[in-house]
Structures are given as C-alpha cells and as structure tokens.
Design a protein around this ligand. Structure first.
Ligand code: GLP
Length: 242
C-alpha cells in the first residue's frame, strides 16, 4: 500500500485527482471504476476543472460504478445514477453509453447482478478503481460479514450505513434498505485501487483496514492483499495511523 498524506480535504481531492489523471493520460481508453459518497466529490470537481482547462480528455474512457440503491428510480436525486451525472458525467466529454452502474430499477436481483457482471467482463475489467470507505470499513456496499463476497450481489444495508446515509434523505425511512454492489473479488481484480478518506470518523476504519488483521468483518482490510493500492487520506483520517 502506498500512503499519500494530505493536509486536508482539498489536498486529498487534488492528490486523488492527480492519480486518476495520470491513469487517463497514460491509457486514454482505460476503464475507471468510480465511487459515490461525499468523499470523492472534491476529486470529481478537480477532474472537471482540469478537463475545462483542456488538460484531460475522457472521450475514450469507460466507467463502471461500484454500487446503486435497489428500488430508486434514476431521476431520484439520491440515486447514484443521478449523483454521478450531477457530479461528473454531465461536465466532461465521456461518450454516451460508456458509463455503467448497476440497474437499481431492476427488481429481480439475480438479473440485475448477472447483467452487471456481464458489463464488467465486456469492458475488459477495471484499470483503476476509486473507493471511499464506510465508517464500518465497508467498500462499495460490501458490508461487514463472515465471508468476502465475490461478484455483484444484492445486500441488506447495515443500521450503521443507513444511519450514515440518512443525512442525504428527508427522513431515515426514505433510505433504501438494499443495494446492488460490485463484489470484493471484482474490486480485487482491478489493476489499481485508489482509496480516499477524509475526516476523523474514518480514522478507525482506516486503521483497522490497513493495520489490523485481514477479515471480512472489516471488508476494506482485504486490500492489504492487493499489489497496487494507493491510499490518499487527510490528517484527520490518518489520526490513528503512526
Ligand atoms: C456509501 C457508498 C460507499 C462510500 C461510503 C462512504 O455507503 N456506497 O461507496 O464509500 O458511503 O461515504 P462518504 O464518502 O460519504 O463518507
């Protein structure tokens, strides 16, 4: 694991955007695995700024997102489809039909998941996977469990995740209880992984993930076995790390 220490959220965002830019510049037709949540928003803003300046070109890039709430229509402003369009896709020259997310509107979980696995296979796998981290060490929506998941699957969100995500919804009851998420095996098959973390409430998850035992009860800990992991975190998130 290569750790980049950032001073604050802005610094973290710029450093992470630099790594993504390097990927796009070195391999213009790369496949980027993308993430939602509040942490990557600054990274996306920075990429948009560099795109506007003419420093970045996404015309050959393909994107696959980690996860999507089950049951939210695409136009719901809390769907990850909506989030990605608002925060990135509408502002860069990604080609139509080159960005993929699990289909949260598909009620048949098996169908939604196998379709998404087929998409990931068709695009040829992921060159660089961007990840945030949940307060309980989840990545994508791979929640703490007694085993590591494989490919895309439907998950029941834990009370801790529902609690963390309720700030985006009017009331807690509105937070979907299930989601489709890329599995741990698929994430581990990405050639490179870039994990971003900001704020004190991520300090323990970050410490447990990279300095504790590898265990499915801390899903991100599996990344200790990945050969190319870049962690960009700010001082607050690194406060438990020596
Ligand atoms: C959600 C997403 C994760 C994300 C996590 C942390 O549960 N499914 O991909 O990493 O939240 O979000 P935030 O960055 O807002 O703390």
């Amino acid at each position: 694991m290569r750790l980049y220490r950032a001073k604050n959220y802005e610094d973290m965002s710029r450093k992470a955007a630099n790594i993504i830019s390097a990927q796009v510049i070195m391999k213009p037709d790369c496949v980027l695995g993308l993430a939602t949540g509040s942490t990557p928003i600054g990274t996306y803003k920075q990429l948009i700024e560099w795109y506007d300046k003419g420093d970045l070109d996404f015309s050959e890039v393909t994107t696959v997102n980690l996860d999507e709430y089950k049951g939210l229509p695409k136009e719901n402003d809390q769907s990850y489809y909506y989030f990605m369009h608002e925060n990135l896709f509408n502002h860069i020259n990604l080609q139509k039909g080159r960005s993929f997310l699990p289909d949260g509107t598909e009620p048949d979980s098996e169908k939604a998941c196998s379709n998404y696995n087929a998409v990931i296979r068709q695009v040829g796998g992921i060159d660089l996977q961007l990840l945030g981290i949940g307060r309980n060490g989840h990545i994508g929506f791979n929640e703490p469990d007694d085993h590591f998941s494989l490919e895309t699957h439907c998950v029941d969100l834990t009370p801790s995740t529902i609690d963390a995500n309720k700030r985006f919804f009017e009331k807690e009851e509105d937070v979907p209880r299930q989601a489709y998420t890329m599995g741990i095996k698929t994430i581990m098959q990405a050639k490179k992984v870039l994990l971003v973390a900001s704020g004190e409430d991520k300090a323990k998850a970050l410490y447990d993930s990279f300095y504790g035992p590898v265990t499915p009860s801390v899903p991100a800990s599996i990344l200790q076995y990945h050969k190319n992991v870049y962690v960009v975190a700010d001082e607050a998130a690194l406060s438990m790390i020596p």
